[in-house]
Design a protein around this ligand. Structure first.
Ligand SMILES: [Zn+2]
Length: 315
């Protein structure tokens, strides 16, 4: 089910969450989805198109949104700096006031990872005691940059762009040149309900696994150590795919990610491409054979990753 259909149903049932966390890489359509939702909530005569609701584009609210003067929405921009306590307090008091046009109050924080710890703690209060008819939308590229306490209080929508599904072919054709953001509003894939997003123990495993994998890419830990950790989790291959996909994204758009891990990993985009391809290949092997021995596939995959990392550092 697409996110728009899912959110439309929640809206109709009057069950829209008070806080939504949109998680996904650059170009995955987070912004488009956030704008769609805030304009639908603002619109006085939203229209139905099948199971999907859309803003009418011509009522008073829609016109105010177009001219960026809609009074009941606030976009909290970080402008490359961090978001501090005062920024969050401003958003909190904005949400507490009654809507001028009588509908929803919405706040969008496009760079949620820019919040300082103090700011995140200030936000927690709002998340715990949301005002009526208010919606807070946070956007983040990398869940690891948010406090777990924030994540657990939000309804998480994890978006994947065409990358996961079709990057392989794209990479083959070298279509992923710099700046190709693969933007498409229709390419929302629902990855919500992943164990690491809902279970704090699995989340901790994920963080440790990620550290180990990054250390492995640095050449600071052995394939054997990574394998030991990989065999302890049923999510190893999916996590390898997810982390590598994020690293590849960061390597491609370093100007957009100030706090990157790739800055320290001395591997080229081409090497990340190779790693990603080999992970996808093994993911397909796992999925195509019901009888496949998962441990064997994980071992084979790590050997292949090791070969790539080793040969890249030899050059
Ligand atoms: Zn309208």
């Amino acid at each position: 089910m697409s996110f728009k259909v899912q959110l439309t149903a929640q809206l109709q049932a009057n069950k829209l969450p008070h806080a939504i966390l949109l998680h996904g890489p650059i170009g995955s359509g987070k912004t488009a989805l956030a704008h769609w939702l805030t304009s639908v909530l603002a619109c006085h005569q939203p229209e139905f198109n099948g199971a999907e609701i859309n803003a009418c584009q011509h009522c008073k609210a829609c016109l105010l949104i177009k001219s960026q003067t809609y009074p009941d929405h606030l976009t909290l921009m970080s402008h490359g700096a961090s978001l501090g306590v005062d920024d969050i307090r401003h958003a909190n008091s904005f949400l507490e006031k009654t809507a001028q046009l009588g509908g929803y109050k919405t706040v969008l924080i496009p760079d949620a990872q820019a919040m300082t710890i103090a700011a995140a703690n200030a936000l927690l209060k709002t998340l715990e005691e949301p005002s009526k008819n208010s919606l807070l939308i946070l956007m983040v590229r990398d869940m690891d940059m948010l406090l777990p306490t924030i994540i657990s209080r939000c309804h998480v929508l994890s978006i994947r762009s065409v990358v996961g599904k079709a990057l392989l072919e794209k990479l083959g054709s070298q279509a992923l040149a710099h700046g190709d953001t693969l933007k498409s509003e229709e390419n929302f894939y629902n990855l919500t309900h992943l164990a690491e997003l809902t279970d704090s123990e699995v989340y901790q495993d994920y963080i440790e696994f990620r550290q180990q994998y990054i250390a492995f890419l640095h050449g600071q830990t052995s394939e054997h150590n990574l394998l030991q950790q990989a065999l302890q989790t049923p999510h190893a291959i999916r996590w390898l795919e997810k982390i590598t996909c994020n690293l590849l994204r960061q390597a491609q758009w370093p100007q957009n990610d100030k706090q990157t891990d790739t800055a320290e990993i001395n591997l080229s985009i081409e090497v990340f491409n190779q790693l990603y391809k080999v992970i996808i290949k093994h993911t397909k092997v796992i999925k195509s054979y019901t009888q496949s021995n998962e441990q064997f596939v994980v071992e084979q995959l790590l050997m292949a990753l090791n070969d790539i990392v080793k040969s890249s550092t030899r050059r």
